[in-house]
Design a protein. Structure first.
Length: 164
């Protein structure tokens, strides 16, 4: 699975409350993504385009198990790359069909607006502007299968474990 997209940079400790503020739980599902990152980057949800990628520093997705990855996926974010990713967020991201990849130093490889190319099966990340390339442990094939299915629920439906 290879992806290419425009990079949005975020810093350390971007928590799930920033991606999915508590007050939005009372809003209709379709309105929720609009508030993603509004506390730290007002207007970002109007700027992000389908296929764009998040590149962050340490501890991306820390905090509660809110469905923050669902907001990112709904906005069209194609993947999350970070120096480190909170384990709970990583699994929630996969379950919603948003591929995450941890790679030490990835946040220093890019400037905002650069284009990244990511190969999740080999673990290779490349900045297409500078041609800098780094490698990490690839995403396990089981998780790639879940992501390629659109998430865990679509996979379980396709496999006949849940009713369509």
């Amino acid at each position: 699975m290879k992806l290419k997209g425009r990079v949005w940079l975020f810093g350390d400790n971007i928590n799930t409350d920033l991606m999915y503020p508590g007050f939005i739980t009372t809003l209709p599902e379709a309105e929720r993504p609009r508030y993603c990152m509004s506390a730290n980057r007002p207007g970002w949800s109007d700027q992000v385009k389908p296929g764009d990628m998040i590149v962050a520093a340490r501890n991306f997705g820390c905090g509660s198990s809110r469905p923050a990855a669902k907001s990112l996926k709904s906005l069209g974010v194609s993947c999350v790359l970070a120096d480190s990713i909170n384990g709970l967020f990583l699994r929630n991201a996969v379950n919603f069909g948003l591929p995450p990849l941890s790679l030490a130093g990835v946040s220093k490889m890019f400037e905002e607006g650069d284009t990244a190319e990511v190969d999740f099966q080999s673990g290779q990340v490349k900045n297409l502007r500078t041609c800098e390339t780094k490698n990490t442990r690839p995403l396990p094939q089981t998780l790639i299968t879940i992501v390629e299915s659109g998430g865990l629920l679509p996979l379980l439906k396709r496999e006949g474990y849940l009713k369509a």
